[in-house]
Structure formats: C-alpha cells, structure tokens
Design a binder for this molecule. Structure first.
Ligand code: SF4
Length: 645
C-alpha cells in the first residue's frame, strides 16, 4: 500500500445510528487521489437518480486526499460533496483550515454520511473511535457558540470542529459548512444537506502521524519553497485576496451594481490596502501554510462592531456584499461577513441574492411592504447588513432570498418554486425578476467578470456545480504566456500569449489545460493560493510531493488525468439528473454591454460563445450533445459509469 493515506473510509448511517469502516484498495486511491474525484466516484456509483437533495437518501461525502495533512503549505484541503439543493446537480466545495489534517490523524481519509438522525446529533471521531452524540442543545446556536460548547464537552482546543450554523439548520439553499469558524466549504449548499440530516457538527481529534514514503524528498520540496517564496509588500500575505479590488475596478472588471457595471467609484475604500490600514488585527492561516492569506478583523466602535472570532472578509465577500450591492462601507461589509460566518451561509450567494433583490426593488418588483420597511436600494449599507441577517434566519423576504436567485426570481415572477433547473422546464418566459437573477445552473455568479476575462464564459457555463470561478486559471495569466517557456504553465505546453478578450481556439486550449490542473488541485487537496499560477509552488514541485508522500512512480500526466476524470464524472452525474448541453449557458446580462469603466460597451458575442463551447467539447472528447464519448470514457478508465446510468 502507498503511504500518505490511512486506507480507511468511515461510513455513517444516521437513520440506523450505524457506523462502519470500509477499506478501499490502493487502485482507488491512485485512480482518484481523494477530494473531488473520490467524492464524485462515490456519488455517481451509489446515489440513485432523482434523489431529493434534502432527503435522508442524499449522501454527504467529506473527502481528504493522499497528501492532506502532510507538512507542506496548501495540503490542508478536503472536499464536501453531495447532490446540491441549490442546483439539483452535482454539488461540491473545498475548504482548508485544520479539520482535514486532523481527520487523517484520527485514522480516516473520508467520511460518507447518509440517512437522517431522529434528533439533532453530532459525530465525535477520535483515534479510530466514532460516537454519535446528542446535539439538541447546540441546535440553533451560531457557529461561535456551538464550537465553544463542543470543545468544552470534548476537552479542549485540540479538537477540530466542522459544523453548520443556523443557516444550514434552516436549509438555506446556499448554507455552507465551516471548520474552526473561519474555513468554509462555501458553495452549492453543502450546509443545507448536513442540516437536512440533523447533523450539527463533526468533531475530530487524532494523535497518529500522516506517514510519508520519502521524508527526505518531502523536505526537499519544502526547501524549494523556502528558497523560492518570499513574502512581499502587497502580496497575498500582506493584503489578502482583496488586494486586487482597485486594479479590477481600474480595468473595468470589478462586478458592480449587480454586474451592470465593471468599475466602482469606492473601490479603494473596500480594498485589501484599506482593510490593512483600518480593521486588520491579524493574518490567519491554515495547517502548515506560510502564505497565511487569511484576514482577521476587529471593529469596536460605530454601528457595525465586529469580533475577531469570525475572521474577516476575503475578496469574494468584499465584492459580493460591497461593489455588487454598490456598498462602499468597509465596516458594513465586515459586519455582513461576520453574520454570514455566524449563520454559516455562503457570502458569494448572499451578496448576489441581495444585489438581485436591490435591482428588483429598483424596478418595483419588490416594495417596502415586501422588505418589511427596509429601503432596499443599491448603496444602502444598512439594508445589506439587515438583509444578510434575515437570510440567515429565513425571516420575511430573507426566507424567499434564502432559496437563491433562481428560485427567488421564479417566486417573484408569480411562478411556483421548488423545481430543479432542467432546461427542458424552460426559464425563458420570466420577463421581470429573472433577468436580474445572475446564475448558471442555479448557482449565483462569483465575483469575476466574463465580459472582461473571456475564459470565464467557459468556466461559468461548463462548471458542473454552476457558476464557479476556480475552474481554471483566469485570462490575465494567459496574456503572460511566453514562447521562451518563462511562464509557470510552460510545462503544460502553454507558450503562446492569448489576449484577455480573445474567445478563439487558443483561449479554449489554455482553459482546457489549466482546467485539468485546477481539477487535479481539487482532487489532491492543494490550495489554489499555494499552487501556481496564483501561489508560488511550481507544478513540478507538487508532482514531486505527491511522489514523495505516496511512493508511487507517478507523473504530471497521470495526475492531470485524475483531474479530468473528476470533471467527467461530475458531468455524467448532472446528465443523469436531466441536465443537457443547454444548461451550459450564461445569464442574459453577459450578452449585454457593460455600462461603465474601461470596458464600457463590451459584451459576450453569442456566436463566438457557441463556437467556443463547440471547440471545447471536441477538445475534451465530448460529442455534439456535450456528453463524453465512449472513447473518452474508456481513455479515462470510466467505462464503469455505463452500469450506473
Ligand atoms: S494560502 Fe491561504 S487559504 Fe491557502 S492554505 Fe494558505 S492560508 Fe489557507
């Protein structure tokens, strides 16, 4: 058996109050690596078609990888996956922090949960032992309170707590899962799935070490990182992810005013630099990570007081609760972030659904009567904060918005709610609210602008989880590609620069290759802020690390194939649920002109977009219906999927 993993997967049936251990063969670990691919494999094999995502029949998979918990920056991540209550398709989100490495030390590589507990429960996993414990007293607590209570009950700070907040308990469709209060499996509503199982938390503690095959080789990778990564003023460590706010605005690609605009006049007020100057008190980190990109903020005066306990806003939050809602008040954004983290709801979807509601209000679709007296206007910071709390509690209009923009738009258009976004059911006849609902496959758009970064048209439309910004590298990296091989993607064979606005075959190729890299990161649990191109760790060093940990004679080629395998399994999962190539689309606003900024007047051309997708399908080995061909399934070793369709 290779090293790096325990060879044990914990199975839990909450309805039956049964736990057992499964021991997959080495072949499974080498083929799927862990994380996204391991989770997709279980969901595709074991979840029957058509399951209600919020029923006991849904499965929640929490999967580490073969390198999670090894002593290298970025190797802290694990995947949460299930059928998504937000999209009705494959749902998945990754998180770093401390829980994944602790689960590995406790003796397990993954946990697979089905059923529903008869009363609120939590799991206590420690050194190979598993208990299902009563969580009645924890139900209803915000995340800070319940984490404190669990740690007190189990004996201390070395216990790592993964949990949902009241948002997950109340089945907010974009509720998330959080570990150690600051690290989120943010997207696709995995917190609602956990809530539907009456499962408040999973506490873990372990004393075993994660064994590696070649300690010397692991040390060499660390040495490389030490020599090649130096923290600089203005970088991820210094200013965090929101360091990019001013340049995005300047370049006309900062999502603003519910994606009507690309430039925000208060961009500097909400930038990483302003966070650093005003409210930052500490830079947080994940297990073994020297990048330490996380923010911890504190505000002790004024209308928006914020505790350091819940971390601080990252870029996606700053843009979604900020520029997208035209809010330039940093304290209000920090408060909105704190509320999201207490209730454990996704900050991207929360900001997006509030911006949607603001545009509905502007157009008379929502009135003061609907909002409970709140002036839900763009730029109203107080309204944004109040609405965030109402969503977390599912109060008033918050109850409608907690369904996400797609369902809220249906509701506000006077149509029934509850169906899944199969294109065959049609979304074209919602003339009002629907056109303000910026989503793909039911998931709200993240804070990156496809009209300026054109590969995102592919990323958002093709992502199996609905609009997602971590599918592949973004276009600025393709502009820097270099014929002399002086770019971090040279080892992928990407040498020719491609313009940001290009939508031709060179752009599709760059996207296709880097998508495989990012999919591999999600399988192996490597943080995308540590691996290139965003972070410092070179592709060859990551490959070296996987070899050093597992002892396998593996290669970049084999590892990229694992990434592609994960993506194809997710796509087949969605097709089984009734999605078609018509769901590979973008919201109507993307085909309309940006209203301000450096790219004013730019829009996605429909024919170019269609052609771009056709080229991608062919490159990826998908047929004209967007379905992976028989040959592609065989090439990826996925012929078995034919038996589960
Ligand atoms: S770069 Fe940031 S998010 Fe990634 S592992 Fe390090 S601290 Fe965590």
């Amino acid at each position: 058996m290779g090293k790096g993993y325990n060879g044990k997967i914990l199975r839990v049936d909450l309805s039956e109050r049964k736990v057992w251990t499964e021991e997959p063969e080495e072949f499974i670990y080498r083929t799927y690596l862990g994380g996204a691919a391991l989770a997709a494999q279980y969901l595709l094999k074991e979840l029957p078609e058509g399951v209600d995502p919020l029923s006991p029949d849904n499965m929640l998979v929490l999967a580490c990888s073969v390198i999670t918990g090894t002593p290298i920056p970025g190797a802290s991540r694990f995947t949460a996956a299930a059928k998504s209550p937000l999209t009705g398709g494959y749902g998945e989100a990754e998180a770093g922090g401390w829980w994944g490495p602790e689960l590995k030390r406790a003796g397990y590589d993954a946990i697979i949960i089905k059923g529903r507990a008869s009363a609120p429960a939590y799991l206590w996993v420690h050194d190979g032992e598993v208990e299902i414990k009563d969580a009645s007293k924890l139900w209803g607590m915000v995340t800070g309170e319940s984490q404190k209570a669990i740690k007190e009950e189990l004996g201390g700070n070395r216990v790592r707590v993964l949990q949902i907040g009241p948002g997950g308990e109340k089945l907010v469709r974009f509720a998330c899962i959080v570990n150690e209060l600051k690290h989120f499996n943010g997207r696709t509503g995995m917190g609602a799935v956990m809530g539907s199982k009456n499962l408040k938390a999973i506490a873990v503690h372990g004393t075993d070490k994660v064994e590696v095959a070649d300690k010397g080789a692991v040390r060499e990778v660390l040495k490389w990182l030490k020599e090649n990564y130096v923290q600089q003023p203005g970088d991820m460590h210094d200013m965090g992810t929101s360091r990019i706010v001013p340049s995005l605005s300047e370049n006309g690609i900062l999502p603003t005013h519910n994606f009507r605009d690309g430039a925000f006049d208060k961009a500097m007020d909400i930038s990483g630099e302003r966070v650093k100057e005003t409210i930052l008190v500490r830079r947080g980190t994940c297990y073994a990570c020297s990048v330490a990109c996380k923010r911890e903020v504190k505000i002790t005066e004024g209308p928006y007081q914020v505790s350091q306990e819940y971390g601080g806003p990252e870029y996606e939050t700053v843009a979604s609760l900020g520029s997208l809602c035209d809010v330039g008040d940093l304290a209000a954004i920090a408060k909105g972030n704190e509320i999201c983290n207490k209730y454990a709801i996704d900050t991207i979807s929360t900001g997006a659904v509030i911006a949607f509601a603001m545009e509905c209000y502007e157009n008379g679709i929502l009135t003061k009567q609907d909002t409970g007296g709140i002036e839900l206007e763009f730029g109203n910071a107080d309204a944004m904060v109040k609405m965030t709390e109402m969503i977390g509690k599912r109060e008033g209009l918050g109850d409608v918005l907690a369904e996400g923009v797609m369902r809220a738009a249906k509701k506000l258009s006077g149509r029934g709610m509850g169906d899944f976004p199969h294109s065959s059911r049609g979304m074209g006849d919602f003339p009002h609210a629907e056109k303000f609902a910026l989503h793909v496959k039911g998931q709200e758009l993240p804070m990156h602008e496809p009209r300026g970064k054109r590969s995102l048209a592919l990323a958002y439309s093709l992502s199996p989880t609905g609009a997602d910004h971590m599918e592949a590298a973004h276009d600025p990296f393709y502009e820097l590609l270099n014929p002399e091989g002086k770019h971090v993607f040279a080892s992928l064979g990407l040498l020719e620069p491609v313009d940001m606005l290009d939508m031709g075959s060179k752009k599709v190729r760059a996207f296709y290759y880097t998508k495989q890299l990012f999919d591999f990161y999600n399988c192996v649990g490597m943080c995308m802020f540590v691996g290139v191109p965003i972070g410092p760790l070179a592709i060859k060093e990551i490959v070296k690390h996987v070899k050093a940990v597992t002892g396998w004679d593996t290669s970049l080629w084999e590892l990229l194939k694992a990434g592609e395998r994960a993506n194809v399994m997710m796509r087949i999962f969605n097709f089984r649920e009734g999605f078609t190539k018509d769901d590979d689309t973008l919201p109507e606003r993307m085909f309309q002109e940006l209203q301000n900024g450096a790219l004013k007047g730019e829009k996605i051309d429909r024919d170019e977009f269609k052609k771009m997708k056709e080229i991608y399908y062919q490159m990826a080995g998908w047929d004209e219906k967007g379905y992976p061909t028989e040959a592609k399934l065989a090439e990826l070793g996925l012929k078995w999927v034919e038996s589960v369709l």
